[in-house]
Write a protein that binds this ligand. Structure first.
Ligand SMILES: [Zn+2]
Ligand SMILES: [Zn+2]
Length: 351
């Protein structure tokens, strides 16, 4: 077994503290990754705040980069020292209709194995996440980090990035599309960069008037302050597609009315339920859709695109000792646009 140090929630409602545990030795197709940087996602905050038995201790973290530290006997695509990245899923059944169609992120056999809060399909152990010194995963779910992508700001591509990218690619956003992006945080700011580089006209919706100039600097063609009802109403029938990344409940109707004929609004944020004014769907034959993370092939496609277009996240990098501050800042919305933990200090504590 491989001795590992993680940042774990030990008791329900308790703080996140270093924890020594063991990863499995690499199986024939496994890659061990010495983690250098891991992002802090809003879903990590929810995992920390909601952690309880039987999931304790719990190590969150599901968008990280590092270097290959060991490989299984049958691994041919990676060597020790390679720069790699891992995202929010690390396995799937490989046999269901969705897996066979290359949509492993929609695996119907209990879902894909999550990077943390999952159960390994082979040894039955609970998975522990990337706020740790090392991770071990099947090579099919480990991604080569292209040369030229700075590792720390590349880490958020593996959750925030792929979630936006999957939707933009599924709905074939490109030249000629006019799209809206609601909520300019981790997912939304990458959505703006991706959509612009894909050739779309991009309009950002933010609640924060003081952020307008910064959001334009990300590449948005226009920014609408969504707390202004008149500004929202003025968007009627403007968009082919709206990507809604907001994680807090809000009224969808003004956005549905902002769609053109046959336009789609896709929800990426995670309010558990939403209310829909059905007339705003009927008029214009609008669609309300949802989307999540992407398949391994989609992640590789995104990383290639990012390397080609020089896209990474805008991040604040914090030492892992400042995790509590990171969680508080994320809850307050005091982040532009993603926080990333530098895990070098954790590695030092482990050695
Ligand atoms: Zn995430
Ligand atoms: Zn499957």
């Amino acid at each position: 077994m491989r001795p590992t140090v993680g940042l774990a929630v030990h008791t329900a409602g308790g703080p996140v503290l270093p924890w020594s545990f063991e990863r499995r030795d690499p199986r024939p197709h496994d890659v061990a990754v010495a983690i250098t940087y891991c992002g802090v996602c809003y879903s990590d905050v929810e995992a920390v705040r909601g952690a309880r038995e039987p999931n304790l201790p719990l190590v969150p973290g599901h968008e990280f980069v590092g270097r290959v530290s060991a490989v299984g006997d049958l691994v041919t695509s990676f060597r020790v020292g390679d720069s790699v990245a891992v995202g929010n899923c690390v396995d799937s059944c490989g046999a269901c209709e969705e897996c066979l169609a290359g949509q492993q992120n929609h695996c119907t056999d209990g879902g894909p194995t999550l990077t943390y809060l999952g159960v390994d399909r082979h040894d039955g152990r609970r998975t522990q996440g990337g706020w740790s010194t090392e991770y071990v995963a099947d090579e099919a779910w480990v991604y080569r980090l292209p040369d030229g992508l700075d590792p720390a700001p590349a880490a958020p591509l593996l959750c925030a990035g792929i979630t936006s990218w999957e939707a933009l690619r599924h709905w074939e956003i490109g030249p000629g599309s006019t799209i809206g992006i609601v909520g300019i945080g981790g997912l939304g700011h990458l959505g703006v960069k991706f959509a612009k580089a894909l050739g779309a006209e991009v309009v950002a919706f933010t609640l924060t008037p003081e952020n307008v100039a910064d959001i334009k600097a990300l590449g948005a063609d226009d920014v609408v302050v969504s707390s202004d009802p008149d500004a929202l109403a003025a968007q009627a029938r403007r968009f082919d597609f709206i990507l809604d990344t907001a994680s807090r409940a809000h009224d969808l109707s003004p956005y549905l009315r902002a769609l053109r004929l046959h336009g789609t609004m896709c929800l990426l944020g995670i309010p558990p339920t939403v209310e829909v004014e059905t007339r705003a769907l009927r008029v214009g034959r609008h669609s309300l859709a949802g989307s999540g993370t992407g398949s391994p092939a989609r992640v590789r496609e995104m990383l290639d695109f990012c390397a080609e277009h020089g896209i990474v996240a805008d991040v604040d990098v914090l030492p892992s000792t400042q995790l509590a501050t990171a969680l508080d800042r994320l809850e307050r919305g005091d982040v532009k646009y993603r926080l990333v933990l530098d895990l070098a200090d954790l590695t030092e504590r482990a050695s």
